[in-house]
Design a protein around this ligand. Structure first.
Ligand code: MG
Length: 381
C-alpha cells in the first residue's frame, strides 16, 4: 500500500482535518491543528507531504522519525501538531487495513470505558454553580472551569477571594461525589499561585491545571511543594523531552494533546514516561472528533489514564460542535459520564466527508482573544 495524497480541510469552529488517501482505497483521518494557527499547521502538513507521498502508510514509526527530525530543525507547536495529525491518520489507515481498532495495535484494552469531563463557565467564568449542576444532571461526574479572568502578577484580595468563591459555589452545588478541575491557563504568577492554591484546598479540587505558563516550567516545583492540590500541566508541551522538566518537579497529571504532541505514537510514550514517575495521564482535547477518537484509542490501552477531556458544548464550539462531522454520532454517546470502548477499526469513527467538504468551503479564521490588564499591558488569556 502507498500513500497517494494528503488533503487538509479547515472547518468550523476552529479545527483542521487531514485526509490521507492510499492506492488501495483505504483512507485515514487526522486532526493536525494548533488553536489559532490552523493555516500554519496545514502549510506544515503540505510541506511534509513531499516526503510521504509514495511511502507505505503502515511504517508509522519510521515516518515519525523522519517527519520530526528530518528537517534538521525540530520540536515546537507547529511541526509537532502537523506530525500529530499525520500520525493519527497513519494509525487510522493501519487499523482499517488490519481490521482492528488502534487500541488493539497498542496491546489491547485495559478498560471498557473512559470517564470524560465537560467544560463550564467560559473564559470569564460566571454562574458556574448552575452550569455545573446542568452537567451533573446530564450524567457527567466531573467538570473543568476557569476560576478567574485576567489577573495582575499580584492581584487584590477581591481577585483572590473571587477565585475561591467560584470553586466553593460549585462544590456546594454539586456535593462530594463530583470532581472539579480548575484551569488557570497560565494566568497565575508563581507568587499568586502560592497565595491562591492553599485557599482552594478545603474544596478538594480534582486538579489545578496550568497554574504557570510553560516557559517557567522549571519553577513548577515551587507550586507542587506549596499545596496538596494535584497539579496538572502539559497542553503546551510537545514531546517526551518537553515533559521531563515537569515530571521531575512533582506534577500529578500530564496533559499532552493528541493533536499537538506528536500524535498517538508520542503520547503513548509520554504516558509511559509519566507512569515511571507515578503521574497520571489526562489528554488535553478541546478539539474535534478525530482528536478525541485518537485520545480515546490511547486511553483504552494506557494503564495510568485518569480521565479524558472532550469538547461537546465547550464555549469555543460556536456554529459547529463535536458531533457535526460524524456519520454515526452514537460513538460518543456518553453514559453516566463515561464513553464506551470504540469497537470499529482504526480510530473507530466514520467521518462525514460531505459535511467536512461543505464546512471547508466556508473555512474559518479563529483567533483567541487578546486580553489586557487595567493598565493596558498584555494579560495571559
Ligand atoms: Mg487548559
Amino acid at each position: 500500500m502507498k500513500i497517494t495524497a494528503l488533503t487538509t480541510y479547515l472547518v468550523a469552529p476552529r479545527w483542521c482535518f487531514l485526509r490521507i488517501d492510499t492506492d488501495e482505497g483505504i483512507t485515514g483521518w487526522g486532526e493536525p491543528v494548533i488553536e489559532g494557527r490552523a493555516h500554519t499547521v496545514a502549510a506544515a502538513v503540505d510541506e511534509l507531504a513531499d516526503y510521504l507521498v509514495g511511502k507505505d502508510p503502515m511504517s508509522i514509526e519510521a515516518h515519525w522519525q523522519v517527519l520530526t527530525k528530518g528537517g534538521f530543525y525540530r520540536g515546537g507547536p507547529i511541526l509537532s501538531s502537523a506530525v500529530a495529525g499525520i500520525d493519527q491518520a497513519l494509525w487510522d489507515i493501519t487499523g482499517k487495513a488490519l481490521g482492528v481498532p488502534v487500541w488493539q495495535l497498542l496491546g489491547g484494552a485495559v478498560r471498557d470505558r473512559i470517564r470524560v469531563y465537560s467544560w463550564i463557565g467560559g473564559d470569564r467564568p460566571d454562574d458556574v454553580a448552575q452550569a455545573a449542576l446542568e452537567r451533573q444532571e446530564q450524567g457527567f461526574t466531573a467538570i473543568k472551569m476557569n476560576a478567574s479572568a485576567e489577573l495582575d502578577p499580584i492581584d487584590t484580595p477581591r481577585a483572590t477571594t473571587g477565585i475561591v468563591d467560584r470553586v466553593a459555589a460549585v462544590r456546594a452545588a454539586t456535593g462530594d461525589d463530583f470532581d472539579i478541575a480548575v484551569d488557570f491557563h497560565g494566568r497565575l504568577s508563581v507568587a499568586m499561585a502560592r497565595r491562591v492554591l492553599p485557599l482552594l484546598e478545603p474544596y478538594l479540587p480534582f486538579f489545578v491545571e496550568e497554574p504557570l505558563v510553560p516557559e517557567v516550567s522549571d519553577r513548577i516545583g515551587e507550586i507542587t511543594s506549596a499545596t496538596s492540590i494535584p497539579i496538572a500541566t502539559g497542553e503546551r508541551l510537545f514531546s517526551r523531552w518537553d515533559f521531563r522538566t515537569v515530571l521531575d518537579r512533582g506534577v500529578a497529571v500530564v496533559q499532552p494533546d493528541l493533536s499537538h504532541a506528536g500524535g498517538i505514537s508520542e503520547v503513548r510514550r509520554i504516558a509511559a514516561l509519566a507512569e515511571s514517575r507515578d503521574v497520571a495521564l489526562a489528554p488535553h482535547c478541546p478539539l474535534g472528533p478525530i482528536a478525541l477518537a485518537a485520545s480515546l484509542q490511547v486511553g483504552f490501552a494506557t494503564p495510568n489514564l485518569l480521565i479524558q477531556e472532550q469538547s461537546l458544548g465547550i464555549h469555543y464550539n460556536t456554529g459547529s460542535d463535536l458531533l457535526d462531522y460524524l456519520v454515526d454520532r452514537t460513538v460518543f454517546a456518553y453514559r453516566d459520564g463515561y464513553v464506551d470502548l470504540l469497537r470499529r477499526p482504526g480510530l473507530g469513527i466514520d467521518i462525514d466527508e460531505n459535511a467536512v467538504a461543505r464546512a471547508a468551503e466556508r473555512g474559518h479564521r479563529w483567533r483567541n482573544p487578546i486580553w489586557q490588564r487595567k493598565d493596558g499591558s498584555f494579560a495571559e488569556w
